[in-house]
Design a protein around this ligand. Structure first.
Ligand SMILES: [Mn+2]
Length: 418
């Protein structure tokens, strides 16, 4: 069974008998007259088909003793291809998705109507229809369309509408080997992009130039898209978590914080590292760096199925508190939340902050970030060290292990830049 077929099987397994499920790829958004924003496929649709073409749909029908899956794509058009580039043929769509029943998208409405009309229906009486109603992505991008469709199905066809989001969320939280491989590729390229940016690092340049070099590397290598807006922040700016302007000059005695990642096949890397511009961690910088690094390693060490992300956060907060007191960075009466003000972990996958049920205990196959940080504005220092790890029975497998983080390795890396 192919990867995508296997995923569809798991959705089928959870659908009620006599039901239909619909998934849509979405459409390109208008940027301005005759110009569209780059198309970003709906992640749940992609997860079930591997298809990245706009205006496509997947219909699953689960009748008693029968499972049917239909893919709908735009009719192949030579003219359209001359204007906007490659379009999938039905054969190519079958090859990618493993779906043998591929129809042109103008058939969707008729076929849905046939499936939902009870008289002489080859599938028997369908009772309910699954729609993706509440995934954050759906609410943002296709909310209006989904609401209209939901109303139509309830009023015109008298069918119950069920939210498919919980099914997809729970499936997507557990990664297959193929998904982990995509994440590893995204992470490896991100590692190369970091090295490329560091090779161009010079005192006196603007922070955004480093972000630009990182992004250029991705574009030069398979035009890798960004998993999220690149963060490069030097000195005190690193104490702002999503520091947007990146217009300051990089100074010799600053630390510089990178939080960045590329996609590979829609899967996101999410990596943070902090480097000394002059090549050496000094004084208070070294103290802060060491506290964060110790915390990063301690959290990775404790990860196992059964714990929750909340457990990791509580552990990390207490760990950082003790580290800061012991190394004299913080007074015993001071509140650690003044210096550590975000979460230590989130799920990672097709979305950088992947859809998940945060309170659900970790399972084999989850991929999460581990990203403690400390931010001391009074010293002009912000440090975050973020790895991407796979949860397994034997603990955490660090997918980003090739990206230097030990102080000696980081210093060696800075000394051997090209
Ligand atoms: Mn992150």
């Amino acid at each position: 069974m192919s990867e995508f077929e296997n995923r569809r099987k798991k959705v089928f397994d959870q659908m009620k008998d006599n039901s239909v499920a619909l998934f849509f790829s979405g459409v390109s958004k208008i940027a301005s007259e005759d110009e569209y924003l780059p198309f970003v496929v709906n992640k749940n649709f992609y997860y079930l088909t591997g298809i990245k073409q706009e205006h496509s749909a997947l219909m699953l029908i689960k009748a008693i003793g029968e499972r049917r899956a239909y893919l709908f794509i735009d009719p192949y058009s030579e003219l359209k291809e001359k204007w906007t580039g490659k379009r999938l043929t039905q054969e190519q769509a079958t090859y990618i998705s493993g779906l043998n029943s591929v129809y042109t998208s103008d058939n969707l409405e008729t076929m849905l109507s046939l499936a939902l009309t009870n008289e002489n229906n080859q599938y028997g009486d369908i009772d309910c229809v699954y729609l993706d109603l509440t995934s954050p992505e759906q609410k943002l991008k296709e909310g209006m369309f989904m609401n209209d469709l939901s109303v139509k199905i309830q009023l015109d066809y008298q069918k119950t509408v069920i939210d498919s989001y919980p099914i997809l969320r729970d499936l997507r939280m557990v990664k297959s080997a193929a998904e982990v491989e995509c994440l590893v590729k995204a992470i490896e390229r991100t590692n190369n992009g970091i090295a490329f940016a560091l090779n161009h690092l010079k005192v006196g340049m603007k922070e955004h130039e480093l972000a630009d070099y990182f992004e250029l590397y991705g574009r030069l290598h398979e035009r890798s898209t960004l998993a999220f807006s690149t963060i490069v922040a030097s000195g005190k700016n690193a104490t702002c978590l999503h520091y947007p302007s990146q217009n300051d000059t990089v100074k010799e005695n600053d630390l510089i914080l990178f939080d960045l990642g590329y996609n590979h096949e829609e899967y996101s890397a999410d990596i943070s590292r902090t480097f000394p511009v002059n090549g050496k961690f000094e004084g208070v910088q070294a103290k802060i760096y060491e506290a964060v690094l110790n915390c990063n390693k301690a959290v990775i060490q404790m990860i196992k199925p059964g714990l929750t992300i909340k457990d990791l956060q509580e552990f990390a907060t207490e760990f950082l508190r003790k580290q800061c007191i012991n190394s004299g960075l913080m007074d015993i009466n001071d509140d650690i939340r003044n210096y550590y003000y975000h979460n230590v972990s989130h799920h990672l996958g097709l979305d950088t902050h992947d859809i998940s049920l945060r309170e659900k205990p970790l399972q084999n196959g989850n991929v999460i970030t581990v990203e403690p940080g400390l931010y001391f504005a009074k010293y002009g220092v912000g440090v975050r060290i973020e790895d991407d790890v796979l949860v397994s029975e034997d603990g955490a497998v660090v997918l980003s292990k090739n990206i230097a983080k030990e102080m000696v390795d980081v210093e060696r890396m800075m000394a051997t830049r090209i």
